[in-house]
Ligand binder design. Structure first.
Ligand code: PMV
Length: 325
């Protein structure tokens, strides 16, 4: 069988979401695809499952799977460590595939389990990326339930409410710095700043408020306002120390041709995202400053599973038990 899940971009609220503030993420038209078949031992892309190389798949196999060994092949057009949620798309596609093997899997359960994988492997995460990748469309993550509620996810006295949103069909350009963004490192950096500085805590509050303004601008379809809010969000993230020279360089390159531009995801390295109606100009400017541009648009497709060999699938199901937990 084959399972796939989309990349995501956080448009507003990254990092603050770790502290219970809202965030808006959209899924993108780039996907991670995995092909799953029974095997003599569990393997990923021809290699044995190792802790170092296959942390996510290994966690899934050890904690959510009771059945026989499986072989995975992965294919992705999401640049890894780029801030576009390639690890969440991997979690979401593997979890969706295994839950389908057990029986028809529900989107909510898959989102929950995908979050567990990312949370445990990374040692902390919000459910933003995994819920967005599982659901598709756009999502608002907030600390209280509201219109369009899909599900809630709790961890350590914190509950995130995940809502469906349908962002307008925006044209965006992602500019990848070619420098990896290491999420746990960046999250830890903010954590230590947050713990010792009232200014950092205020900055997080401000990001939280800005996200509600962005939601209102999205509902009105006010692209100019959305762009201005992206710029402000970038400045606040810079204050938290999670932007970088490379990210600022690409953001500055994109700005003259954009409604707004900001880093997206954990930062440090990774990518910027620009809202624009001049995507070609933005791409040129990003390339000129050494970045890798991708024109993207939001996708409505979430995680999907497709049986490619019906007979083998039926036999497998007859012979095996399914998922743990
Ligand atoms: O760069 P990504 O896709 O791992 O996004 C991280 C977003 C953070 O808010 C920094 C962390 C999180 O888990 O929400």
């Amino acid at each position: 069988m084959e399972a796939s899940a989309p990349a995501k971009a956080i448009l507003f609220g990254e990092h603050a979401v770790v502290y219970g503030k809202p965030a808006i993420a959209v899924s993108l038209d780039r996907r991670m695809t995995i092909i799953v078949k029974p095997g003599k031992e569990s393997r990923v892309d021809g290699g044995r499952l190792t802790v170092r190389k296959h942390r996510y798949v290994r966690w899934v196999m050890e904690n959510l799977w009771d059945g026989p060994p499986l072989e995975f092949r992965t294919r992705s057009d999401i640049p890894s460590a780029s801030g576009l949620g390639s690890s969440a798309a991997l979690c979401s596609s593997v979890v969706s595939a295994l839950s389908y093997l057990k029986g028809p899997g529900g989107e909510e359960t898959n989102a929950r389990n995908s979050f567990e994988v990312e949370y445990n492997v990374q040692g902390g995460a919000s459910p933003t990326d995994t819920s967005c990748s599982t659901h598709g469309h756009g999502i608002l993550v907030s600390f209280e339930p509201g219109e369009g509620l899909l599900w809630s996810i709790s961890k350590k006295n914190r509950t995130w409410y995940i809502h469906h949103i349908d962002p307008p069909g925006l044209t965006m350009v992602v500019g990848y710095t070619k420098k990896p963004s290491i999420t746990p490192v960046q999250v830890e950096k903010v954590r230590s700043y947050y713990d010792r500085s009232g200014f950092a805590r205020e900055t997080i509050e401000e990001i939280g408020e800005l996200v509600f303004d962005a939601l209102a601008a999205m509902k009105k379809g006010d692209t100019v306002e959305l762009g201005a809010l992206m710029d402000s969000n970038h400045s606040l993230l810079s204050i938290l120390g999670v932007s970088s020279r490379e990210l600022n360089k690409l953001r500055d390159a994109a700005s003259p041709y954009s409604y707004g531009a900001k880093m997206t995801g954990a930062g440090g390295g990774g990518s910027i995202i620009a809202l624009t109606d001049r995507p070609e100009d933005v791409c040129r400017a990003i390339k000129k400053r050494g970045g890798v541009p991708y024109i993207v648009s939001r996708s409505t497709r979430g995680a999907e599973v497709r049986v490619t060999d019906e007979e083998r699938f039926v036999n497998f199901n007859k012979e095996n038990t399914g998922e743990k937990g």
